[in-house]
Design a protein around this ligand. Structure first.
Ligand code: GAP
Length: 466
């Protein structure tokens, strides 16, 4: 669909997952992991542009949590924590999915997701649908990865890879209260890897066994919890739309009572319209005082706040916006991807928000002769320390533009035969394809101002889908 055309209805995906996966591979964003050994299911490695894009997603999250507020502090807790953390949190007893095995095809499925499962035999059917399918009774399967701490396998050496970053925050509540000199309402934010031995993976980086989370636990007086829950749902929706996701592709869906996690009195999922349909991008939960009370009981430490002015002592309630770096990255990629026809040829573009784009500006000599590469390198050197810049002189200018369009570079600067004489370069806009001559002097300031300006996707901002 060309930029600016009407958006489609809420059910038709604009882009297939296969198209996005192909672009990610072709342009070095994301590769299947361990490919030279035949791959390992649902595990991915991020290449150069993937790393830059993910770093930008994380930087924008930190900006919204830390730089733009003064009531949140950062933490980076360990992946391997005391095993009792996971007893207190409820993960040892309850972090499980119902699993069934097929005795015929030997595959394993989530009992509550049989409708999207694929039987291991050809032609592929839903598990249980074929005449030979022979499913076992459902068993609970704990999703935590177990590991061994120390060289000797003995009782007490067993530990877990954390299945969420949140608990590393709760167990540091007392430290932060003391050393960051905060009082409720305040938040603790963390980005880090989490691990879940998911039974059903798939849809590219949407559900994997190793992934990264961006979680913030906001501690507030119990009577203010609902107000802060509303606040954080609105804030998190705003974060996605300000970074270019069209509002028509987002929905805030409150959980039904039977969907709520054991710790939550209310959760709403921010869902994105992925190619496979609306699915969870982020959860915003009201966790009440469950976690602090559990850790206080299991550790024997008092995890509460004492207000010296009022003499009041209470266990704060917690509002938690919990997002996934990989799911957010996938949503930004899907939302940015479009194809148009220019002069009879398809042009594939990633219209990423400039702040998310892996490269902000590409400097290109029109041709590799007549002093143009030397002049272009000069321009590149003058910009690279101030703004994410790439230099490219290989291949025809048309091919280089297409490459930058596909990696989402918002601006290209072309040095041509006139540049040496008039001190100007051509600035090309990724989305509109407009070109203008601008002076080399002051280029960094011009580009930094563009980067800071409000931005709306060339495909429209959309209005909320419910
Ligand atoms: N602390 C609460 C918590 O972890 P969650 O809904 O299980 O809640 C939060 O996870 C977010 O982490 C999800 O909305 C999703 O973005 C991401 N996430 C969870 N499991 C994932 C997986 N297997 N692969 C990729 N991302 C995942």
């Amino acid at each position: 669909m060309a930029a600016g055309e009407a958006e489609n209805d809420a059910t038709t995906p604009e882009v297939s997952l296969d198209e996005v996966v192909a672009l990610c591979k072709r342009r070095g964003f994301i590769f299947p992991s361990s490919e030279i050994y035949g791959g390992v299911g649902s595990t991915y490695d991020y290449g150069h542009y993937g790393v830059l894009l993910r770093n930008n997603v994380k930087a924008e999250w930190w900006r919204s949590m830390l730089t733009e507020r003064d009531d949140i502090v950062a933490i980076d807790s360990a992946i391997i924590q005391h095993p009792r953390v996971w007893e207190a949190s409820g993960h040892v007893a309850g972090f499980s999915d119902p699993m069934v095995d097929c005795r015929t095809c030997k595959k394993r499925f989530r009992e509550d997701k049989l409708d999207i499962g694929e039987c291991g035999r050809k032609p592929s059917k839903q598990p249980g649908e074929g005449p030979d399918c022979d499913l076992t009774e459902a068993r609970q399967f704990n999703l935590m990865f177990k590991t061994q701490v120390g060289p000797v396998a003995e009782s007490g050496s067993e530990a877990y890879l954390r299945p969420e970053t949140a608990q590393g925050i709760f167990i540091n509540f007392k430290n932060v209260l003391q050393f960051a000199r905060k009082k409720p309402p305040f938040g603790i934010a963390q980005i880090g890897k989490s691990f879940r031995n998911e039974i059903t993976t798939g849809n590219f980086i949407f559900r994997t066994r190793e992934f990264e989370q961006m979680e913030m636990e906001f501690f507030c007086p119990p009577e203010d919890a609902e107000k802060w829950h509303e606040h954080w749902m609105a804030e998190r929706m705003r974060w996605y739309t300000e970074l270019g996701i069209r509002a028509t592709n987002l929905v805030l869906r409150p959980h039904e009572a039977d969907e709520l996690s054991h710790y939550s009195s209310a959760t709403s999922d921010i869902e994105y319209r992925y190619p496979m349909g609306f699915s969870e991008l982020e959860g915003v939960a009201n966790r009440g005082d469950f976690d602090l009370r559990q850790h206080a009981e299991h550790s024997g430490e008092k995890l509460e706040y004492f207000d010296q002015q009022s003499g009041e002592r209470y266990v704060p309630h917690v509002i938690e916006p919990a997002a996934g770096v990989d799911r957010a990255t996938l949503a930004f990629l899907v939302d940015a991807y479009w194809v148009e026809e220019v002069e009879g040829r398809a042009r594939t573009v990633l219209s990423l928000h400039p702040k998310l784009a892996p490269v902000k500006v590409a400097v290109l000599p029109l041709v590799s002769k007549e002093g143009m590469p030397e002049k272009a390198r000069e321009v590149f050197e003058s910009l690279r320390r101030r703004i994410g810049t790439e230099y490219d002189e290989g291949g025809s200018i048309g091919k280089r533009y297409r490459r930058q369009d596909e990696i989402g570079t918002p601006w290209c600067l072309t040095v041509d035969g006139e540049t040496a004489g008039d001190g100007r370069v051509t600035l090309r806009d990724r989305d509109s394809l407009d070109q203008e001559r601008v002076p080399v002097e002051g280029l960094a300031e011009l580009l930094l101002a563009k980067l800071d300006a409000d931005w709306v996707s060339p495909r429209g901002s959309g209005s909320a889908a419910g």
